[in-house]
Design a protein around this ligand. Structure first.
Ligand SMILES: [Cu+2]
Length: 530
């Protein structure tokens, strides 16, 4: 196959829309003092925050300082990487994984604005290897102060569990589950304290940095107004007593503090869509100023009212976030139809020996070990017109500027449970076109649920039946359809993009596909570092 190949070029940045700043970050990835299971950026947890203006050039030197053979990459979750798909941070796909002692330098344009995350994209490292990536838009500044804590990240902790043994178990024969997290953390802490002044309105940025858990979060007596979802502005959603934050999702919310000199309130993050386990909540504190004393017995505080699974499903099906900006509305298609529809049936099956377990998309599983013998990343192969190493059973080819619908069909896993899957797409924002229970029907499920859904990059494929917490679970239901989600996107970003479940374990067990998009127009720009 022949492609017209654009030359590799050194682009001199245009400064037509204002001055473009450059920001350089040095990230050293090393283990925490006491554990090779805990991999940190610059010994910080969460990692240092990257904060830049939209369209700025971000330069991040990633140095692998691990004293083992573990390799690393960092993905900038939410960045579109337009014309820089080689900076997407996926090992063997966009770059070779970074070996011990080596440094890889990411150079990319910060786009779009909003609340984002960076995290490791290798193994289960992202349990602890993550941080906030905030992109400000000087033309649309927030007129209220941000919480002085900075972005608030939710994450899982497996205390005293060997991460490499977890990884081996997930793809081993016999399969061994990684286990439920021992704790949920708010900003890396079991008892996070947020100190705000009374009588003001604040912006809080909330990051879904969990590896497994979907959380609901709320602050007692402080309803939230959601203003930004996955970095995109939405029609403000007022009076939310709690919001769902799945792995990979981000929200910016406004809260008003009361006109009282002292105040102490509980905040709570709680796990949803998995069977309730001990320690499945994390309780933090909002206090008004340092003058407000935190009681010795925190359990005396009233907890916020958090939505249960049924309420979360109903909200997503019928009330979800709407696009605010007119140029971000979902195209209606031709009588509702896109140019192309892809249906991905997600199933869980035993490996050939009957002991291992994998996640599959349309009967193909894609764990990164399939690529471990490559010597050049697949994207570089594609750029040079070489397709012989492509894992074709997990690749979906998109044309140029097509309206593409992707349906993810959920099914019951081997243990009789239907799980919810937070799916994340690299290189794109998309609209959630529609949700449904049970089985998707291409002839009937044509119209969108609502006219102007918001753009996002991480969505939930819900378990509409046989869910983890439901009593009708039975292994005899294995493979039955149990809910679907349809997204709509425009294929306007040439590259080779991962679309995958953001649950670390599911991705590790193969719940990934690749979008080979508009390769005729593939260009890999190497932006100047100075
Ligand atoms: Cu999943």
């Amino acid at each position: 196959m022949h492609y017209f190949l654009f030359p590799l070029l050194l682009l001199v940045n245009k400064v037509s829309s204002g001055y473009i700043n450059r920001h350089t970050y040095n990230f050293t990835l090393a283990y925490a003092d006491n554990s090779t299971s805990v991999l940190l950026v610059n010994s910080q947890f969460p990692g240092p925050t990257i904060r830049v203006n939209v369209n700025d050039i971000v330069i991040v030197h990633i140095h692998n300082a691990l004293h083992t053979m573990e390799e690393v990459t960092i993905h900038f979750h939410g960045m579109l990487q337009r014309q820089t798909p080689q900076m997407d941070g996926v090992g063997f796909v966009s770059q070779m994984p970074i070996p011990r002692g080596q440094t890889f330098t990411h150079v990319f344009q910060a786009y779009p604005a909003g609340t984002h995350i960076y995290h490791s994209h290798a193994g289960l490292q992202a349990v602890t290897t993550f941080g906030a990536l905030i992109v400000d838009d000087p033309e649309r500044p927030w007129e209220i102060p941000e919480a002085p804590s900075g972005p608030i990240a939710f994450s899982d902790e497996w205390k005293g569990v060997d991460r490499l043994i977890q990884e081996q178990g997930l793809i081993g024969s016999p399969f061994k589950w990684e286990g439920e997290p021992s704790h949920l953390l708010i900003n890396g802490q079991k008892s996070f304290v947020l100190t705000l002044d009374p009588g003001r309105t604040y912006l809080l940025r909330l990051l879904g940095a969990t590896s497994l858990s979907t959380v609901v979060f709320g602050i007692a007596q402080h309803p939230m107004t959601v203003v930004e979802v996955d970095g995109k502005l939405v029609v403000p959603k007022r009076n939310m007593t709690s919001i769902e934050i799945a792995s990979g999702q981000r929200y910016a919310v406004m809260i008003e503090t009361k006109n009282e000199y002292t105040g102490v309130y509980a905040m709570q993050a709680s796990i949803r869509w998995r069977l309730a386990a001990a320690n499945s909540s994390c309780i933090g504190i909002l206090r008004y100023g340092l003058q407000s004393a935190i009681p010795a017995n925190i359990s005396s505080l009233a907890l916020p009212s958090l939505s249960n699974e049924t309420e979360l499903l109903l909200f997503s099906f019928s009330q979800r976030y709407q696009s605010l900006l007119p140029d971000e509305k979902m195209p209606p298609g031709d009588q509702g139809r896109p140019d192309m529809e892809i249906i991905l049936v997600a199933t869980q099956e035993y490996t050939a020996d009957g002991k291992g377990i994998r996640w599959l998309s349309n009967n193909a599983t894609f764990d990164m070990h399939r690529l471990q013998n490559l010597s050049t990343p697949l994207l570089m192969d594609l750029y040079h017109g070489n397709e012989e190493n492509l894992p074709n059973d997990v690749i979906y080819t998109l044309g140029s500027n097509q309206l593409v619908d992707i349906v993810i069909q959920n099914t019951v896993a081997l243990n009789g449970v239907c799980e919810s899957h937070p799916m994340h797409m690299h290189g794109h924002k998309f609209w959630i076109h529609s949700y449904g229970t049970d089985l998707y029907d291409p002839a009937r499920n044509i119209l969108p649920d609502r006219r102007d859904p918001g753009l996002r990059d991480s969505l939930m494929v819900y378990a509409s039946s046989y869910a983890y917490y439901m009593p009708n679970r039975s292994v005899s239901n294995h493979g039955k359809p149990c809910g679907w989600t349809k997204l709509r996107m425009i294929s306007n970003n040439p590259g080779l993009w991962m679309f995958h479940c953001h649950i670390g374990a599911h991705s590790f067990m193969g719940m990934n596909v690749l979008l080979k998009e508009d390769i005729e127009h593939l260009s890999m720009t190497y932006l100047q570092q100075n």
